[in-house]
Design a protein around this ligand. Structure first.
Ligand code: PAF
Length: 285
């Protein structure tokens, strides 16, 4: 596995791979790698791409400095894990490389209005500006590629797809299924911040989603079930929504068919998100 950190080397590496007829698979991460990231590396390999992973804890997508300070960092483990899971080139750019103006605001920001303003965007103002701006830069340096993202961050995938369409970027966005622990908890770099009791409480997120998946009902009935399950477990619910999977607009009780259930909550001050498919059924008359 190669290690790079400088923009010119990283761009040259990707150009060279394309010149050899290979497709570049970009896996952007913030490190603290886990099985969810490994599944992205493996998906890129399965497509036959040369796998280029980035690790950069992007301060511009944190609206809370305490959250940024406590974000897990495991550089030694990450390198070993990336190598073990088929990454060809690991790129760890410095803050000065990615955001030379930081902490001053960068003069250029990518904002995806609408999709970036709801759900996570409403609770974490500026979060998706930070995500879209950094992903745009990672793609700009890498050049034409397939870019892999986990669907645990379902809204992030929607925001990136919209940005790629609107800016006509030469990128195929690949959304990969959520990876869960045996007990149902969606893998997240933040899970390590939970105590044992907190982790047990966090299972309410996946339990709520399983419950609504198993029993089709109206959007408001599903929202109520999600919220009740989270409340009963003592999760401080940020949102418990049922939305259109493309526009992320809240579903109404007149709608039927497949939609997405989206939940977010605080457990021991750690913000966790999860989501899953849900079917809406007509109101009983
Ligand atoms: O999902 C993440 O880890 C981050 O939001 C991303 C896509 C690497 C951008 O910083």
């Amino acid at each position: 596995m190669e290690y790079l950190s400088e923009i010119n080397e990283w761009r040259a590496y990707a150009n060279d791979q394309r010149a050899r007829g290979r497709r570049v698979g970009l896996v952007p991460t913030m490190g603290a790698l886990h099985g969810g990231h490994a599944s992205l590396f493996r998906a890129a390999r399965a497509h036959g791409d040369v796998v280029l992973a980035t690790i950069f804890v992007n301060p511009r997508q944190f609206n809370d400095s305490a959250d940024l300070a406590q974000y897990p960092r495991t550089p030694g483990y990450d390198r070993e894990m990336a190598q073990r899971n088929g990454v060809d080139c690991l790129i760890e750019p410095t803050l000065a490389t990615m955001w030379p103006d930081y902490p001053a605001p960068t003069p250029t920001t990518v904002s995806v209005h609408g999709l970036g303003d709801v759900l996570e965007g409403a609770g974490r103002p500026g979060h998706f500006d930070g995500v879209a701006s950094v992903v745009a830069k990672l793609i700009s340096v890498t050049g034409p590629c397939r870019a892999y993202f986990g669907e645990k961050d379902f809204q992030q995938v929607a925001v990136v797809r919209q940005m790629v369409r609107d800016l006509a970027m030469d990128v195929e966005v690949v959304g990969c299924p959520i990876v869960r622990d045996e007990d149902g908890l969606a893998l997240s770099s933040r899970n390590v911040l939970l105590s044992r009791a907190g982790r047990r409480r966090a299972l309410a997120l996946s339990r709520a989603l399983t419950l609504v998946q198993s029993q089709p009902a109206t959007a408001s009935a599903q929202r109520e079930r999600l919220r009740e399950t989270l409340d009963a477990a003592g999760v401080v619910t940020a949102y418990a929504e049922v939305v259109d999977p493309v526009t992320l607009e809240p579903s109404t009780d007149d709608e039927t068919g497949p939609r997405r259930a989206m939940v977010a909550g605080l457990i021991e001050d750690v913000r966790l998100i999860d989501n899953g498919p849900v079917t809406l059924a007509p109101r009983r008359s």
